[in-house]
Design a protein around this ligand. Structure first.
Ligand code: SF4
Ligand code: MG
Length: 338
């Protein structure tokens, strides 16, 4: 059947004083029920913009979005605001890096969790409050019965992050978009929250899009991975494909930056030299070519002049001119299993 979430040729452009920024430039992916897709890439690669556009949360002023996004067969792009709001309360929800943007300082944490539940299910105030207590307990807030009437500023940063997750999950969403949900947290809380998301997914079959730049997190929670660079997908595959046998030089570079402790492969630690290109004036050819250590392996000047297309074989694919066999030989030589 159709994938649960389907994104086709998504393009997001911002009009700026300096010209048009192509923040997302023709992105396509599918997400099946109960699976977790990791979207990885450096900041500015279009990860967050993609998700805001999928959810209809981008600022409409000066932003042009095109393509197709369907959730369970329903078209999302261009859907009326009211319908999107309803879907966001119930079927799909999101967790951001910064809980302060998701929680209002003016209402108690419990009320903010109970309200959408009441609205969505028609539950009584009393039942919705119980549900808020239950959710706070599930995300690991101690003494939820007592803390439910606290205001966000009475919570620690880690507790606020959990409360935001409780809010995102209160209606048992079928799609959860988590945008660097644990980046601001210490390692222990981060691990607890990742476990919590995995548990909830097992219990409810939620599909998750997990945006992160941490490949250790990807290895821990994701089934599939999409690597973004300069607003495009440069490589996609299962988590095993990407972590064990990356085929795109950018993925290879990202892998080199995993802390050794968590590394699923034994790779030298070295950041990718250079920085992501300007999306106002992207380089011609392969957007990665100014930073790519492999461009000399490609005959002629193709890397600097011809844009590589994402070639998919089933769910696996990468956008690179480098010959597949040559690439595998180079990577095999440089990446050895631990
Ligand atoms: Fe590097 Fe060329 Fe492949 Fe781009 S197309 S990633 S520049 S080898
Ligand atoms: Mg971001």
């Amino acid at each position: 059947g159709d994938p649960f979430l389907s994104v086709r040729d998504l393009r997001v452009r911002f009009a700026t004083e300096d010209g048009e920024v192509r923040a997302v430039d023709g992105l396509s992916f599918d997400l099946e029920r109960g699976r977790t897709l990791g979207i990885v890439g450096e900041s500015g690669s279009g990860k967050s913009v993609t998700n805001l556009a999928v959810l209809g949360l981008h600022d409409p002023r000066g932003t042009t979005v095109s393509g197709r996004v369907t959730l369970d067969g329903q078209e999302l792009l261009g859907a009326p605001r009211k319908r999107l709001e309803k879907l966001r309360g119930a079927k799909m929800s999101m967790i951001f890096q910064d809980s302060l943007t998701a929680l209002s300082p003016y209402y108690t944490v419990g009320r903010q969790i109970a309200e959408p539940y009441r609205k969505h299910t028609g539950a009584s105030r009393h039942r919705a409050r119980q549900r808020a207590v239950e959710m706070l307990g599930r995300v690991g807030i101690p003494q939820p019965q007592r803390r439910v009437d606290d205001f966000p500023h009475q919570f620690s940063g880690g507790m606020r992050q959990r409360a935001m997750i409780a809010l995102a999950l209160v209606c048992d969403p079928q799609l959860l978009i988590a945008d660097e949900p644990t980046t601001a947290l210490d390692v222990t809380v981060q691990a607890q929250i990742l476990d919590l998301l995995k548990d909830l997914q097992r219990q409810t079959g939620t599909s998750i899009v997990f945006v992160t730049h941490d490949l250790g997190v990807v290895a821990d929670v994701c089934d599939d991975v999409l690597v973004m660079y300069a607003g495009r997908c440069v490589e996609t595959g299962t988590v095993r494909d990407i972590l064990k046998t990356p085929e795109h030089p950018y993925s290879w570079g990202l892998l080199s930056s995993i802390p050794r402790l968590k590394a699923p492969v034994d790779v030298p630690l070295r950041p990718i030299p250079g920085s992501p290109p300007s999306l106002l004036d992207p380089p011609p050819g392969c957007p990665f070519h100014p930073r790519c250590a492999f461009r000399d392996e490609v005959a002629g000047d193709r890397c600097a002049t011809e844009r590589p297309q994402l070639l998919l074989t089933g769910a696996r694919g990468s956008a690179c001119h480098l010959d597949g066999d040559r690439k595998r030989a180079i990577f095999a030589d440089r990446i050895r299993p631990a």
